[in-house]
Design a binder for this molecule. Structure first.
Ligand code: GLY
Ligand code: MN
Ligand code: MN
Length: 454
């Protein structure tokens, strides 16, 4: 992170201290409420491939990244005891086969006591002797059990901490703006590759190169679908050859900055004017939904509103013969839009705490008929959510609709048949909720990158 622009570097320098102070304060409150006096968080360990001596790409545990922006420090710990500076116990084995993690540098390091250790015995020795009132979050290994913490992954404590992750600090928002600017660079490069006739695999390479990240540093596996591949919601094929005919690209790909994700989807068309108009109409729908978002809005209502709007779009696009209202009532909109309208975003792309009624426990149920919605909370200033409406031509769901008399009579089947080759459309931006509305992190990032400001 040494090469960030000076204004961003200064912003991170200034905002990390207050961010960490607030994190310490709320963690202290949660520990106290749950009867613990300390918290030990593990970064995770690299997993070895079966009967092999290489490991899977290491992905740090999110509760560790809550504390430190380190994505590549396996077998390390954060130790926090209210009233003291948090400790980073950094695993630095004396290894000449693999390079151990460097001692970290940067805006956040002075806020921690950093203790490099060569192995887990030294990590244990760096901790208080008695952990019998400490909570541990991480993999429940036999070694950790032998350290005898009071509890391993205690549910109420974890849910309390998860609940509070929804509201982002100014520091976290700065990281998410930066992640969006990286993602926007990647998307612009990907759309140029699509125009030039690249394969899915080549588009991914362009995306990654423009973000300046390794594949394992991305917040999720990119979804890069040409043509009918767009109908597979989490398509992962990455064909190495371009298709004979190029119709569309649905790319859902994000980048990460200091451990924080962006989650961006764009749909591109090659030549077809009709499908281009449908994408433009979806963009209008998406922007309309974004405009309705502010603190105090119940996200379940956004989901239901998205279906009303989708009904209208299907009618206007001649994809249904019934009214938009009937398309909603008969479940036809759910055939075309079978996923949730958005979710919390942060350290994890589908961030934690989306259903929680209050700190600690209790879930808010999803609206009936919307089993894939990942957020049911009322929006608060500081939440970051995605807004990702779409329509798809999914063979399995369309077959089901054909077998349902009400749905079958609603759908304009010849029109659907004409559009199958495009797969689908999704448009996804990341919104930071403000009292008066929202800040569209993604659109701002595209504008900044296109204007050469990022
Ligand atoms: N990229 C996964 C999602 O949009 O939820
Ligand atoms: Mn998403
Ligand atoms: Mn996405």
């Amino acid at each position: 992170m040494s090469d960030v622009e000076p204004a961003l570097a200064q912003g991170l320098e200034e905002s990390f201290g207050p961010h960490l102070a607030a994190l310490c304060e709320r963690t202290a409150r949660a520990l106290n409420a749950c009867g613990f006096t300390g918290l030990l968080v593990h970064s995770g360990s690299a997993l070895t491939v079966f009967e092999d001596d290489r490991t899977y790409p290491f992905v740090a545990h999110a509760p560790f990244k809550v504390w430190v922006p380190l994505s590549d420090a396996p077998d390390s710990f954060v130790w926090f005891e209210p009233g003291s500076r948090p400790k980073l116990i950094l695993n630095q084995p004396r290894d000449y086969w693999y390079k151990p993690a460097d001692l970290p540098r940067g805006y956040w390091v002075r806020h921690f006591e950093v203790l490099p250790v060569p192995d887990s015995a030294a990590a244990r020795a760096a901790l208080p002797r008695d952990l019998s009132r400490a909570a541990y979050i991480g993999d429940a290994t036999a070694e950790i059990a032998a350290w005898a913490p009071a509890a391993i992954n205690p549910r109420t404590l974890m849910r309390t901490l998860d609940y509070d992750r929804a509201v982002k600090s100014p520091y976290e928002l700065a990281c998410m703006r930066a992640a969006n600017r990286l993602g926007a660079r990647g998307h612009l490069a990907a759309s140029r590759a699509f125009e030039a006739g690249a394969s899915e695999f080549e588009i991914e390479l362009e995306f990654i190169a423009a973000c300046g990240l390794r594949e394992q540093e991305l917040p999720y596996n990119p979804i890069i679908a040409l043509n009918e591949g767009g109908a597979v919601l989490h398509y992962q094929v990455l064909n190495k050859r371009p298709p004979r005919e190029r119709h569309s690209l649905l790319i859902d790909a994000g980048a990460e900055f200091a451990g924080y994700a962006c989650d961006i989807t764009r749909t591109h068309v090659y030549r077809d004017a009709d499908f281009r108009a449908l994408i433009a109409r979806m963009d209008e729908l998406q922007q309309g939904l974004c405009a309705g978002v502010r603190a105090g809005v119940d996200w379940r209502d956004v989901q239901l509103k998205a279906h009303e709007e989708t009904g209208r779009l299907l009618k206007e696009a001649d994809l249904v013969r019934c009214s938009g209202e009937e398309a909603v009532a008969t479940g036809v909109t759910r055939v075309f839009l079978p996923h949730g309208i958005g979710h919390l975003l942060g350290i994890e792309v589908h961030d934690v705490g989306g259903f929680m009624k209050a700190r600690g426990d209790g879930d808010i149920p999803r609206p009936e008929g919307h089993p894939y919605l990942r957020l049911t909370r009322t929006l608060e200033s500081g939440f970051v959510v995605t807004m990702e409406p779409g329509i798809y031509f999914i063979p399995q769901l369309l077959e089901g609709a054909r077998a349902d008399d009400k749905q079958a009579s609603c759908i304009n089947w010849p029109r659907v048949a004409d559009l199958m080759k495009f797969g689908g459309i999704r448009i996804e931006d990341d919104l930071a909720i403000t009292p008066a509305g929202s800040e569209n992190l993604t659109r701002d990032a595209f504008r900044a990158v296109v204007a050469g400001r990022a």
